[in-house]
Design a protein around this ligand. Structure first.
Ligand code: SF4
Ligand code: SF4
Length: 191
């Protein structure tokens, strides 16, 4: 360690004193708290584009949860009454936000990408019961072109729904090409 190294640390502290601060009161009318896109907030149970539920009631999320915050009971689909493209669906689904530590292990464990986490962080409430979220509260809204289950599969056979899904635990991060490779590609495009 050089003789000036300790002073470099003080220099960073000193320079920080002149940086613009970002302090936001909460709740503050007209200004929403800024969260990163990767922020892990309230969960969501997703749907397929035809409106069927992605959850197949496998309980892997509940088993992965270190806080025992998830409760799942599966139900059997029939051709007359179908809620998901698979044999089973999540008939009862609850997340106890008095226990959840927002670690994200449950969404890693989900094989169908049914369970994801949103940016929603306003989870405070006045009663314990209201912090046990039920399936109705967790299920994603129906978007345009979606039909409320129960209804038959609209996207094809069961396997058509799951084709292309990464396996559980797979690294699904997007690997960007290196800068020099991008540059050489751009030059090739121009020539
Ligand atoms: S985020 Fe973590 S603690 Fe919360 S329900 Fe999922 S696995 Fe359990
Ligand atoms: S959310 Fe995913 S892991 Fe949990 S029961 Fe449904 S399909 Fe299985």
């Amino acid at each position: 360690m050089g003789i000036l190294d300790p002073w470099r640390g003080f220099l960073i502290t000193f320079a920080t004193m002149f940086r613009k601060t970002f302090t936001q009161g909460y709740p503050q009318k007209g200004k929403e708290k800024v969260t990163e896109a990767r922020y892990h907030g309230r969960h969501q149970l997703n749907r397929w584009p035809d409106g069927l539920e992605k959850c197949v009631g496998c309980e892997l999320c509940a088993w992965a949860c270190p806080a025992d915050a998830i409760y799942v009971e599966a139900g059997e689909n029939t051709e007359a009454e179908r809620y998901s493209p698979a044999d089973r669906y999540g008939k009862v689904y609850q997340i106890n936000y008095l226990r959840c530590i927002f670690c994200g292990l449950c969404i890693e464990a989900c094989p169908t990408r049914a369970l994801t986490m949103t940016n929603e962080f306003k989870l405070a409430d006045r009663s314990r019961l209201s912090l046990i979220y039920t399936k109705d509260e967790l299920l994603a809204d129906l978007l345009e072109g979606m039909e409320a289950p129960p209804h038959p599969r609209r996207l094809g056979e069961e396997r058509e729904y799951y084709r292309g899904l990464p396996s559980t635990g797979a690294d699904i991060r997007v690997v960007l090409p290196k800068a020099d490779k991008v540059e050489s590609n751009e030059k090739e495009d121009q020539s």
